[in-house]
Design a protein around this ligand. Structure first.
Ligand code: ADP
Ligand code: ADP
Ligand code: ZN
Length: 219
């Protein structure tokens, strides 16, 4: 029988480890990792017309409107061979986007990373990221070998503009209001995996791997 290909989404509050775990999962299954946050930040840095539009929302810690988000994601998905599988990180973020995605491709795993707000805030306040390769670090939990320098490529480590206390609060509120309803959406579809995101990084990954294996996915 042909190997079951992973078509996964990662969702959870900002700071829950979607990027960290999404990358690990994609590497393990050898599939592309597509992060809407990264796609948007690249557009913004490139100062395209679309980037200017995106900037307003991302810098305000608000969701980018569905029409624009769906267009960016669909455009990216069109360029990929979806039969080979993928990990979508940070999309969908509300039921409208999930409905749109369901028309484009059927998801077979929805990883929900559960992390309490206090822990999410603690993580985001200490998050730093490489300007060149986007590798994520945490000042105390997963520090770079040399402070301020990426251990992978030597690039500078910076804080994201939206990782300020006020914007973190706002993004968490948006998560509870807009994104949490995806729990019942994906439970109804029978693809929901609920993961305790408060464990250390390797243990979170182990739980994800165990639960995906139960659903018949072998890496
Ligand atoms: P998200 O993509 O959900 O916003 P990230 O993967 O960027 O989350 O992680 C947010 C911050 O928390 C980063 O600084 C990362 O190094 C750190 N982090 C991720 N997972 C864990 C974990 N299990 N325990 C402690 N810190 C973590
Ligand atoms: P985090 O999970 O840490 O908040 P991301 O890097 O996933 O960060 O997203 C950063 C920002 O990009 C969000 O605050 C939002 O403005 C925008 N964004 C990302 N994904 C979506 C989406 N699916 N729908 C709308 N806006 C999005
Ligand atoms: Zn780097």
């Amino acid at each position: 029988m042909a190997k079951k290909r992973l078509r996964a989404i990662m969702f959870g509050p900002p700071g829950s480890g979607k990027g960290t775990q999404g990358q690990l999962l994609a590497d393990r299954f050898d599939v592309p990792h597509v992060s809407t946050g990264e796609l948007f930040r690249a557009e913004i840095a490139g100062k395209s017309a679309q980037g200017k539009m995106l900037k307003k929302y991302v810098e305000a810690g608000a969701l980018v409107p569905d029409e624009l988000t769906n267009a960016v994601v669909t455009n990216q998905l069109k360029r990929m061979d979806l039969r080979k599988g993928f990990v979508l990180d940070g999309y969908p973020r509300n039921v409208e986007q999930a409905t749109h995605l369901n028309r484009v491709v059927k998801i077979n795993i929805a990883v929900q990373l559960r992390v309490a707000d206090v822990e999410a805030v603690r993580r985001l306040v200490g998050r730093v990221q490489c300007v060149d390769c986007e590798q994520v670090y945490h000042k105390t939990d997963s520090p770079p070998i040399k402070p301020g320098m990426c251990a992978l490529c030597g690039g500078n480590l910076i804080k994201r503009n939206d990782d300020t206390k006020n914007l973190i609060r706002k993004r968490l509120e948006t998560f509870h209001f807009m994104t949490e309803p995806l729990v019942s959406y994906y439970r109804q579809k029978g693809v929901l995996l609920t993961i305790n995101g408060e464990q250390a990084i390797p243990y979170v990954f182990e739980e994800i791997m165990k639960k995906t294996a139960k659903l018949g996915f072998k890496s």
